[in-house]
Write a protein that binds this ligand. Structure first.
Ligand code: FE2
Length: 291
C-alpha cells in the first residue's frame, strides 16, 4: 500500500484517517501545510545567514553516508548554536572551495529555532503545536532544527536511518517535521521511506558520547533494512512530512540542476528523560523550550 498524501485541512487539523495513516506507516504527508510565502521567507533568511557566514574560517563537512557522526567540536557543540556544514564535493582535490558558498553547504544547524528570529517565529506556530499534541506529545520541546540544502549536482545522499538513535529519549518520543521549501523529486533527491517499521520495539541503534569529543554508534539490531519496500516521497514545496522517530528514511544524491531545500525541526516530549550521553547537548543556561 502506498503512503497516502493528505490535503491540508485548515490549520493542520488531524483527521481520523490521518491519525490512522501515521500510526500504520510512521509517516504523514500533508500538502500545502505552509504557504509559498513562508517557504520563500525561510529561504531568503537562510541566504542572509549564509551571506554573513565567513567561509574562510571554519570548514566542517557533513556527510550522512554512514551512521558515524563527526567527532569535531564544531559539530558536537552545534546543538546550541547556528553552524554551517559543507558538502564534501564542494572542495577540489587541494581543499579549495569551488564556486559560491551558497551552493556549497550541506546544512545549517542545530538551534536555528531558538537563535534566529525568523526561524523561531516559523517553528513556534500554534498549528505545529496542535499537530504534535494530536500525535500524542504532551509537553513538546523543540530540540533541533536544520536547514538542508541538497545542492544541485553535489548534494550528497543520506543512507537509510531512523532519527531516534540520534535524538534518544526514554521512552522514545522524537517526531520530525520536515518541510519542503522547494519541490522534492526523484531527480533532485526526495525523501524515501519504509512504512511500518516504526512499530519495532526499539530503534535499531543508538549514537552515544563515549568521551568529551567522541561518539560511537551502537548497533542494537543489525538486520538489513528491507529497501525493496522503500517508497519515494516526491512532494511539492509547502508540503510537511511528519516523521515518527523510528521511521526509516533516506534520500539519494542530487544529480540534477535544481536544489532541494528543506527545513527540518525535531521535537521530543519534555516528560521523557534526555540522556547526558546524547550527542546534542545544550548549555545549562540555554535550556530547551516548547512553543
Ligand atoms: Fe533523518
Amino acid at each position: 500500500m502506498s503512503i497516502p498524501y493528505f490535503a491540508n485541512t485548515e490549520d493542520l487539523n488531524i483527521s481520523p484517517e490521518m491519525m490512522a495513516a501515521y500510526d500504520r506507516d510512521g509517516v504523514l504527508v500533508i500538502e500545502n501545510a505552509i504557504g509559498k510565502d513562508e517557504c520563500h521567507r525561510l529561504m531568503r533568511r537562510m541566504s542572509m545567514l549564509v551571506d554573513d557566514f565567513d567561509d574562510r574560517g571554519q570548514r566542517s563537512v557533513f556527510s550522512a553516508v554512514s551512521n558515524e557522526q563527526q567527532d569535531d567540536r564544531y559539530f558536537l557543540e552545534s546543538g546550541g548554536d547556528i553552524r554551517f556544514f559543507f558538502e564534501k564535493d564542494a572542495f577540489d582535490s587541494s581543499g579549495n572551495l569551488q564556486g559560491d558558498k551558497h551552493e556549497a553547504l550541506n546544512k545549517v544547524g542545530h538551534a536555528l529555532h531558538d537563535l534566529d528570529p525568523v526561524f523561531d517565529a516559523f517553528s513556534r506556530q500554534g498549528k505545529f503545536k496542535r499537530l504534535v499534541k494530536a500525535l500524542g506529545m504532551v509537553d513538546p520541546k523543540l530540540l533541533q532544527s536544520m536547514y538542508i540544502f541538497k545542492q544541485a549536482r553535489i548534494g550528497g545522499e543520506v543512507l537509510c536511518h531512523q532519527d531516534s538513535p540520534f535524538l534518544w529519549t526514554e521512552p522514545q518520543s522524537c517526531i520530525g517535521l520536515w518541510f519542503a521549501l522547494e519541490n522534492a523529486t526523484l531527480e533532485n533527491g526526495c525523501l524515501w521511506g519504509i512504512p511500518g517499521l516504526h512499530k519495532e520495539a526499539s530503534p535499531r541503534g543508538r549514537l552515544a558520547r563515549v568521551g568529551p569529543n567522541r561518539t560511537e554508534f551502537k548497533v542494537l539490531n543489525d538486520q538489513a533494512w528491507p529497501e525493496e519496500k522503500r517508497q519515494p516521497l516526491e512532494v511539492k514545496a509547502g508540503t510537511l512530512i511528519v516523521l515518527h522517530g523510528q521511521f526509516p528514511h533516506l534520500s539519494g544524491p542530487n544529480n540534477s540542476n535544481r536544489s532541494r531545500h528543506a527545513y527540518a525541526l525535531h521535537l521530543i516530549d519534555g516528560r521523557c528523560t534526555y540522556p547526558r550521553e546524547n550527542w546534542l547537548q545544550r548549555r545549562d543556561d540555554f535550556p530547551l523550550r516548547g512553543f
